[in-house]
Design a binder for this molecule. Structure first.
Ligand SMILES: O=c1[nH]c(=O)c2[nH]c(=O)[nH]c2[nH]1
Length: 311
């Protein structure tokens, strides 16, 4: 029997980086959590404790802060791409880098120049993977078009977490399969609430990430609002389709939606009528509905979705 080392990666997780732009009296703020993960042949570090090919996670941390100054954080995707390309291009043992960034948004207090209150909306997020090699297959931008540009290949996935949505009507659930444990009553009018997590994979890196983000989020919210939903499953497919129809630069959408049940509270016991007006917002368990929606001609995902390297 031989024991073998499987895939590895290592990096500095959840660096809390805040960049202030203070060139004018009206400051700007970018507040992000950045994680780095470097991939390559780091066998000796694991098997014999030789660190010769290991750039410390401490150094990776410092690069995150240095790049916040030297490259800025315009869009989290451009910042992550710059960092990923840096690790791959300048540290010889690194074959690939995955950079994940969450953005924490602040809004100005009464339009104040340098005071903000944390915005309570969803968290914008990205995961960028950069690989050594000649661009050409499945990567982004001119790279995706198959133009032989030397240099690292890059894949960008963007998205958000925790977008709380609720509609008080326009949602049904009936006609479902019943087994011996089914007690759920069919309904043609229910509250539908979720805390949506959405990811989309770009087919290119030549993107106005901020503009696309705003439009994708708006499209998803509008679809959620306007579709007379027969199930959360149908709503997710409709949201993904709306995004793919409007955005040729997006190859695939992945959605994860807890069904945050709102249970009609029994007020009959007190002689009070309750015609869909008072609910118990149940926190768990919750249904969890997940779907990927893809173009049939989408370029292959490569390592875009891989949080951990494959063999
Ligand atoms: O939109 C829904 N999808 C389900 O699969 C499901 N299952 C359930 O109990 N309620 C719901 N609602």
């Amino acid at each position: 029997m031989a024991i073998v080392l499987g895939p590895t990666q290592y990096g500095k997780a959840e660096n809390r980086v805040v960049r202030i732009y203070r060139d004018t009296p009206r400051h700007e703020i970018k507040d992000v959590t950045v994680s780095t993960a470097l991939r390559g042949d780091f066998t000796d570090a694991h098997t014999v404790g030789d660190q010769a090919r290991i750039v410390p996670t401490d150094s990776q941390k410092h690069a995150c802060y240095a790049f916040a100054k030297t490259h800025g954080i315009d869009q989290i995707e451009t910042y992550a791409l710059a960092l990923g390309r840096h690790f791959v291009a300048s540290i010889e043992p690194v074959d690939a880098a995955r950079i994940s960034v969450d953005e924490h948004r602040w809004q100005r207090v009464e339009d104040h120049d340098h005071t903000w209150v944390r915005a309570g909306e969803e968290t914008r997020t990205t995961a960028v993977t950069v690989e050594v090699g000649t661009a050409g297959a499945g990567a982004g931008g001119s790279e995706a078009a198959g133009i032989e540009t030397p240099g690292p290949r890059a894949w960008v996935v963007s998205g958000f977490k925790d977008l709380a949505l609720l509609k008080s009507t326009g949602s049904q659930f009936w006609g479902f399969l019943e087994d011996e444990y089914t007690v759920l009553e069919p309904t043609t009018d229910r509250v539908m609430a979720t805390s949506l997590q959405a990811w989309w994979r770009y087919a290119t890196t030549d993107v106005d990430y901020g503009a696309v983000y705003g439009n994708v989020k708006a499209l998803m919210m509008r679809t959620y609002a306007e579709l007379e939903s027969l199930a959360l499953q149908q709503t997710l497919y409709a949201m993904g389709s709306a995004v793919l129809e409007a955005h040729p630069e997006i190859a695939e959408v992945r959605l994860s939606a807890p069904n945050n049940h709102h249970l009609l509270y029994d007020l009959d016991r007190f002689g009070i009528a309750n015609a869909g007006e008072v609910f118990h917002a149940d926190d768990r368990p919750y249904g969890l509905i997940q779907a990927a929606v893809t173009r049939d001609d989408a370029p292959p995902p490569g390592p875009a979705w891989d949080e951990f390297p494959r063999t």
